[in-house]
Design a protein around this ligand. Structure first.
Ligand SMILES: CC(C)[C@H](C(=O)O)[C@@H](O)C(=O)O
Ligand code: SF4
Length: 759
């Protein structure tokens, strides 16, 4: 807002320039800037430690009115029909899940943040409800302690995931300290053929550019295919931008976007008559400017032809491991790059698949339709459409368990009004309450050891859906085909092409407004009780100067944060006590619980202080800061790898863990050295790594700002709060220029303080 964009700009440049808080921002392009956050989403897993930190420092939430909370990851999806089951104490049996749920309720009460809990029909997966309620708007910056916040880029917003320390920063300051990303444009030309969906498209794109293909970039998706998509399809595509490593993915807002938003409870209202037009009119005037200028420069361009794409399905343990359903499991012996070859071998061994097996011959035991990728009403309609084409006698194959988990209570009710649940139940599908469910297995919806699942979620990481579980990512229609046939199957084979074209592309906006529940959202009653005050020691040291010790070598690429710490172990309320959680599924045998021979269990690596990895994209995937806390608790103060998942990298900086990027060949030399058990000395002052036993040293570079942060152990929140006057001025300016950004809340959100909304 403070600095006018220079033409020609990309859509991302425009949003970025509009959100720089300081009137004289740092000129260096790659220096962190203070960026204003318009919308902040909060859920129970990534927020407890942020609130504890906030309360411990005696700070408050700066903009509860711009924040929205819900519980989604931990909640059971078993029926909530019995009134008393609404009580979390009775409904959530798992102690740790319940504690996180209760902590969220206490924190929203204390802060006055609007909240959709188990009693509220609007409860659901955070990324689903934000769109449904009109919380997310074009041109805004939206964050959440969750990597799939990228979903909301579909609205032409800059939406991305952050770690828990950054959540605390946003709660306290309503800003973030951020470096600008590069621009990537992915243009998709032509039309998707019948039976091929935006899920197949995004899997295909990730297959083409790789899971690290967009690290450092914000992607703008464009082309005729995208123009032709409805909002839900765009959300599915943007959702998995994080699986390509991108900071965010976005789509230029257009009539499809505006029509979707019109009349949503938290979108700007078209009823308020002001002299200068309604809030909706004012918003529209701004939204129509949100497009990349002709001639804007993108740092990378990718062109995809929609007609080339078949329904996609994964065979391995990374989303890039995908092929058309007509394809086969790849043969690692034909892969030239030795590191990739090894990765494929490991994946196939975990997935228990033989090279050359036809994808359609893979037999499955479970089917999961849900997650923030594919749990919206149009996804359920797509699934129901395939099922209805099969006729009333179609049944889930014997031996297969299939579940459908709507993304929100609103989606669930809508589906029930349309009778979709009847279709699903009749065919033998389990129809559940909303939540993340088997996407991440934080509740009891999990795969057993060795079970194989066709899943509409977004991550096929090892152990992701349950320890030892095997995931094949597919679209909703393909999931139905798998459920009915009992194996992976090309949905297009079941019908004539024209039958697969759904009758109408309808978005939720045609639904009667009662489906959104009481249009006045509510907050829980404010409480002034003293939440168990967390001692200042919960705020871990952020300082790093140097470290000396043994380094542990790893020769794997795409080490994701689910590997670093499996989901069921992120259910705590503190930042500590996670040493044994680090690489837990590798260190402990899933069946016997005995220690394995994984390198971290071996002397001298049990006391390693440095982790050296020769594979790229370390820490990709989920935003869980628990991965860094686990490393730190184990004793690791420095990670050396060729490249990193961006959120993980930032999380390291927040916790005084030094992430060093070096070329793959240098990392390999350091890995060889690490195997000898020799001492390493990593010195940030000198920017040097010394292999003590051989006397060989390597220099490394760190960003000067980050280097200072680590050397001084700076608390970003303190530094940002030195600029509080600039934040105040930015907010005043925002109120005048973008009045509509406040209105939805004033009129619809803050009025009612009640907790008695029921289903
Ligand atoms: C728990 C949360 C931090 C995590 C994420 O950031 O993605 C989760 O949603 C996931 O999908 O793994
Ligand atoms: S990816 Fe899965 S666990 Fe993460 S927010 Fe989406 S549904 Fe929830």
């Amino acid at each position: 807002m403070s600095s006018e964009p220079r033409n020609p700009c990309t859509l991302y440049d425009k949003i970025w320039n509009n959100h720089i808080v300081l009137s004289s921002p740092s000129i260096a392009n790659d220096s962190p800037q203070i960026v204003y956050v318009d919308r902040h989403l909060v859920h129970e897993v990534s927020s407890p430690q942020a609130f504890s930190g906030l309360w411990a420092a005696k700070r408050s939430v700066r903009r509860p009115d711009c924040t929205l909370a819900t519980a989604d990851h931990n909640v059971p999806t078993t029926p909530r029909a019995d009134g008393q089951l609404f009580e979390a104490e009775k409904y959530i049996h798992d102690k740790a899940s319940r504690a996180q749920y209760m902590a969220l309720e206490k924190n929203v009460r204390k802060s006055g943040i609007p909240y959709y809990g188990l009693k509220d029909i609007r409860q659901g997966i955070v990324h689903v409800i934000a769109a449904e309620q009109g919380f997310i708007l074009p041109g805004t910056v939206c964050v959440c302690g969750d990597s799939h916040t990228s979903t909301l880029g579909a609205f032409g917003a800059l939406a991305f995931g952050i770690g828990t320390s950054e959540v605390e920063h946003v709660l306290a300051t309503q800003t973030l300290r951020l470096c600008k990303s590069k621009n990537m444009r992915i243009t998709i030309s032509g039309s998707l053929t019948p039976g091929v969906t935006s899920k197949d498209l995004i899997l295909h794109i990730i297959g083409v550019i790789g899971t690290a293909g967009a690290v450092g970039f914000v992607i703008e998706y464009g082309g005729e295919t995208v123009k032709d998509m409805n909002m839900e399809e765009r959300m599915t595509m943007c959702n998995m931008s994080i699986e390509a490593g991108a900071r965010a993915g976005l789509v230029e807002p257009d009539e499809v976007t505006f029509t979707y938003l019109y009349g949503r409870p938290m979108a700007p209202s078209s009823n308020e008559n002001a002299e200068d037009g309604t809030a909706w009119d004012q918003a529209m005037a701004y939204w129509k400017t949100l497009k990349s200028d002709t001639g804007a420069i993108f740092d990378r361009e990718v062109i995809i032809c929609a007609e080339d794409i078949a329904p996609s399905v994964t065979w391995g343990t990374s989303p890039e491991d995908n092929v058309p359903i007509t394809g086969q499991v790849p043969d690692p012996s034909l892969i030239e790059n030795p590191q990739r070859q090894q990765a494929v071998e490991k994946s196939l061994s975990y997935m228990d698949l033989q090279p050359g097996t036809r994808m359609e011959d893979i037999v499955i035991n479970k089917v999961f339709i849900g997650s923030c990728t594919n749990s919206r009403i149009t996804d359920l309609r797509a699934a129901a459409h395939v099922l209805s084409l099969l006729g009333p006698t179609a049944k889930v194959a014997s031996g297969v368990q299939a579940m459908i988990v709507p993304g929100s209570g609103v989606v669930k009710r809508q589906a029930e009004e349309e009778g979709l649940d009847v279709l699903f139940r009749r065919a033998g599908f389990d129809w559940r309450e909303p939540g993340c469910s088997m996407c991440v297995g934080l509740n009891s919806d999990q795969l057993g050891n060795g079970e194989r699942c066709a899943s509409t979620s977004n991550r096929n990481f090892r152990d992701r859906q349950g320890t030892g579980g095997r995931t094949h990512l597919v679209s909703p229609g393909m999931a139905i085909a798998a459920a009915i046939s009992g194996h992976l199957m090309d949905v297009r084979k079941l019908f004539h092409a024209e039958e697969l074209i759904q009758p109408k592309k309808i978005s939720n906006h045609t639904l009667p407004s009662t489906l959104f529940g009481n249009p006045e959202a509510h907050t829980l009653p404010l409480i002034q009780d003293n939440l168990a005050q967390t001692p200042a020691s919960v705020r871990q040291s952020r300082q790093f100067i140097s470290v000396q010790g043994v380094s542990v070598p790893l020769e794997m690429e795409n080490i994701d944060t689910d590997m670093l710490i499996p989901a069921p172990l992120v259910k705590g309320l503190t930042r500590t006590g996670l040493a044994s959680a680090l690489f837990n599924r590798f260190r402990s045998d899933p069946v016997s619980g005995q220690d394995t021979d994984f390198i971290l269990n071996k002397i001298p690596f049990t006391r390693a202080k440095i982790m050296v990895c020769s594979g790229a994209n370390f820490g990709c995937g989920s935003s869980r800061e628990h991965a860094v806390w686990a490393l730190k608790d184990f004793g690791i103060a420095c990670v050396i790898a060729p490249s990193y998942g961006e959120i993980f990298f930032n999380n390291c900086l927040q916790n005084g863990v030094l992430p060093i990027s070096l070329s793959q060949s240098t990392c390999q030399i350091l890995v060889e050295y690490a195997y000898t058990g020799g001492f390493m000395d990593v010195d940030l002052v000198k920017e040097q790594i010394l292999c003590v036993d051989t006397g060989v040293s390597f220099s490394f570079r760190t960003d000067p700002v980050n280097r200072q942060r680590l050397l001084k152990g700076t608390d970003d929140i303190d530094v940002t709060l030195e600029h509080v006057q600039d934040i105040v001025e930015y907010e005043l300016q925002r109120k005048t220029k973008y009045r509509w950004l406040e209105l939805g809340f004033k009129s619809g959100f803050r009025k009612t303080i009640t907790n008695d909304l029921s289903w």
